[in-house]
Every structure is written in structure tokens, then in C-alpha cells.
Design a protein around this ligand. Structure first.
Ligand code: ZN
Ligand code: ZN
Length: 434
């Protein structure tokens, strides 16, 4: 179907043949597997979304928005978020049948970079807010009905005063913290793959400490010559409506990311459930209780000897080789003694095969152990509700959670000033790279 679309594009104009626009010459159609997850509650289809893509609206990117959309369709994406530095107007001109093109924006600030999906306000407004704080840009995003994710937190931008990982610290993310309003973390970024594994382990720690923030993976595509559009991508699960027609729309994409009803992949597809629950949901059971998982994996190739791993927190509790392209698995695990995420990945058994050493990572199903917790995390409940709590002045004083980050920022500023005085360097220019 994709090849047909491409032929249609090049052959339908009636104009004399001309050389393809720059960037299209290496366009090769890709087929990505999609799987359905059926649970007692309904059937969900997985849709591939690249949520961090630049077009020529960004000064550092090359291709016009319609060409980016054409490429997105060719690499098998179902949806695309144009997150240009300069503005969100690209989405309006990039629309094409069979592809959901969403308006987004990437902004920079003291926190590094963040991507917004579902942008409505003018990019200027987002930039103004992001210059001030992450909380301000998140407030504007949520007023627009969109979501915000910390982008490539592994990349400490050159000449930037702060390590962006400070905003994915537990104290920053929990209620009252500097980045409490984040909807997701872009843990897997196609341009900065070598940080992914370390960030993943930080993320599992966060989850175990009660800061439950879903992850996304995107290509951060700028040009065809340097980056691979759609790799990695985030597969969101949208419910298939009763007449069998799948329902991919912007509301479903945003909701799936917010709830963690998704997985990140650079090739394989997965359909999995545990006790009738899907990623983004919770299982409450006594320690030692058994949990039955049913898993279906579809690979695009068997390079690197892929293995399916089931993880409870940071421990691999089951590991199976995946010798064939398609396989189904029944796995039984036991409830742990503490709350922890249950998640899956398709890793490579062959050392040094690729960076990061996995091809797929899921958002978790959370395992909750009664009785009530004794630590200071927020009370249990649907994840979205917990991350959407109203934060007022009272709770800010009650939760002096961002003190840790503020202290670290202040220490860095003092060190930088001391270094400048010693070397007589001029003070850095205000502002930051976008
Ligand atoms: Zn960026
Ligand atoms: Zn970017």
C-alpha cells in the first residue's frame, strides 16, 4: 500500500518528469508490523507515532513539511508530530490521507529541551513560557489540551548551565517539584542513543520511588542524510471501536502517552497483557500471588539474536530467545513484596550489536501491593489523576521537593561564577540555544 502511494505521488501530476526534490531520492518504503492486543475490556490496535520531528521550519532542519509527511508515510508511520523549533504551522500544510499529522513544538529553557504535542498557541507564546520555567510551558500546553515531554534528557547541551537530568530527578518530578507537570520523558531519542540504557535504569528507579512518568521514543529527525525518520517510534494503543474500525485520532494519541498505554520500538511489535491488564494499568495483589502474562512478538528480523525479557523493577524474571519472526508466550511471575513496574523489552543477545542494546521497551503495568504504603509517595489511583492533582501554594510548602534541585542549581551557578572570576572569562550570554 505504501509503495502504491509513492507511485501515485510521482506519477499523478501529468507534468514532464523532473528530478525528485532533494531528500526524496533515498526514500525506501518500510513495513513495520502492527499487532492487536485483546483483553476482556476491549481490543486495542498499536499505532506508530514519531513524536519528535523537524521540518524546514526549524533552522537546523532541511525538508519542507509536506515532504517530511510523505517520508513518514513511506516509513510506515501512522502519526507524526512536527515539533519545529520555530513554530507549529507545519502540521497544517503537511496533512495527507492515511497519516495523522499533529502540531507540536520543541522549546528550550533552563531545563534543556521539551517537546509539546497538540500545540494550539503560537510558538512565540511557548518560547516565552519556556524561557521562564518548565512549569510555565507545561501550564500553557495543558491549557491547550496538549502534553509535554522532557526531550533527550541524556544530552547536556553544550554551553548550557544545567544537566537536564536534574528535571527527571525524583524530587523534581513528584508533587511540588520543578517538573511535576511533565506528562512523559523522551528516554529514547534517535539522535542520542548512547544515553538510553542509563536513562532507562534511572527511570525504573523513579517508578519504584513512586514518580510514575511514562516514557516515549522518537527519532528527532532533522534531515534524511543524518537521521532515520520513525526510528525509534512510540506505539500507542488505541481502542478498536465495536464495528472493527480502528480509531486513531489526536485525542487517543495524547491519552495513550499520558497513561503509558504504549511501547517504544525500532522494529519489533508486541502485544501483551497481564491478568487482563495492559500497559498503563495497575494490578493490585498480595505478595506471592501469581500473575499470568500473555505475550505476542513480531520481529522484522532476527539480527543480533533477540531475546524477550520480562522485568519486575530492574530484575529480569524471564528471558526467552526469539528464533522466529513471530512467537507467542505465556509467562507466569509472582507479585513482589513492594510496588514495582512490570515491563518487557526485546534485547539483543549479541554483545555490541547495537546501541542501545535493545529493540523494544514497553511502558509498565504497575504492581501494587496492599496494604497502604508507609512512604511519602502520593496515594494510589489512576495514574492520570495522580499526575493531574491540583497543586496549590499549600502543597508547595508541604512538599519542599524541589529544594534539592534548587540547591544543585545554586551550587552550579556559584561554581561557574568562581571559575569565571579565576579565569577572567566574560559572563555567558543570557538565554540558551534552541
Ligand atoms: Zn532538542
Ligand atoms: Zn529536536
Amino acid at each position: 500500500m505504501v509503495a502504491g502511494l509513492l507511485l501515485g505521488v510521482s506519477g499523478s501530476s501529468g507534468q514532464p518528469p523532473r528530478s525528485p526534490p532533494r531528500g526524496r531520492e533515498r526514500l525506501v518504503a518500510e513495513t513495520w508490523p502492527h499487532l492487536l492486543t485483546a483483553v476482556p475490556d476491549g481490543t486495542y490496535a498499536a499505532y506508530g507515532v514519531d513524536g519528535h520531528v523537524h521540518s524546514s521550519i526549524s533552522r537546523d532542519a532541511r525538508h519542507e513539511p509536506p515532504l517530511v509527511a510523505e517520508m513518514a508515510a513511506a516509513v510506515g508511520l501512522d502519526a507524526l508530530v512536527l515539533t519545529d523549533h520555530g513554530g507549529s504551522q507545519g502540521a497544517a500544510v503537511a496533512r495527507r490521507p492515511g497519516l495523522l499529522v499533529m502540531a507540536g513544538v520543541e522549546v528550550g529553557g533552563p531545563f534543556g529541551h521539551a517537546v509539546v504535542w497538540g500545540a494550539r498557541s503560537h510558538a512565540r507564546e511557548y518560547r516565552k513560557a519556556s524561557d521562564h520555567s518548565l512549569a510555565d510551558v507545561a501550564a500553557l500546553t495543558h491549557a491547550d489540551g496538549g502534553i509535554i515531554a522532557l526531550a533527550h534528557p541524556g544530552w547536556w547541551i553544550s554551553h548550557h548551565p544545567h544537566d537536564p537530568r536534574m528535571w527527571m530527578d525524583r524530587d523534581a518530578l513528584r508533587r511540588g517539584g520543578l517538573s511535576e507537570a511533565l506528562d512523559a520523558l523522551e528516554l529514547w531519542n534517535g539522535v542520542y542513543p548512547r544515553y538510553t540504557e542509563a536513562l532507562l535504569s534511572d527511570w525504573v528507579d523513579l517508578w519504584e520511588q513512586g514518580s510514575e512518568v511514562p516514557i516515549i521514543g522518537n527519532s528527532d529527525f532533522h534531515t534524511w542524510a543524518l537521521h532515520h525518520l520513525g526510528t525509534p517510534r512510540t506505539f500507542v494503543l488505541c481502542r478498536v471501536v465495536p464495528d472493527g474500525r480502528p480509531a486513531l485520532d489526536e485525542a487517543c494519541v495524547l491519552d495513550a502517552v499520558r497513561r503509558g498505554r504504549s511501547y517504544l520500538s525500532r522494529g519489533p511489535a508486541i502485544a501483551w497483557s497481564a491478568e487482563g491488564r495492559i500497559a498503563g494499568e495497575r494490578i493490585v495483589a498480595q505478595p506471592g500471588a501469581t500473575i499470568d502474562l500473555s505475550i505476542e512478538v513480531q520481529l522484522r528480523d532476527t539480527e543480533g539474536r533477540p531475546v524477550l525479557q520480562v522485568l519486575r523493577g530492574s530484575s529480569v524474571v524471564e528471558s526467552r530467545a526469539l528464533p522466529s519472526l513471530h512467537s507467542s508466550h505465556q509467562v507466569r511471575v509472582t507479585m513482589p513484596t513492594h510496588d514495582t513496574p512490570l515491563w518487557l523489552r526485546v534485547a539483543y543477545a549479541q554483545e555490541g550489536f547495537a546501541t542501545p542494546p535493545f529493540a523494544l521497551v514497553t511502558n509498565p503495568i504497575t504492581l501494587d501491593v496492599p496494604p497502604a504504603r508507609t512512604d511519602t509517595r502520593e496515594p494510589a489511583g489512576p495514574q492520570v489523576d495522580r499526575r493531574r492533582y491540583a497543586v496549590g501554594a499549600a502543597s508547595r510548602t508541604e512538599w519542599p521537593a524541589d529544594r534539592y534541585v534548587r540547591d544543585r542549581l545554586q551550587a552550579q551557578r556559584l561554581n561557574a561564577r568562581r571559575a569565571r572570576i579565576q579565569t577572567r572569562e566574560p559572563a555567558p550570554r543570557r538565554g540558551h540555544r534552541r
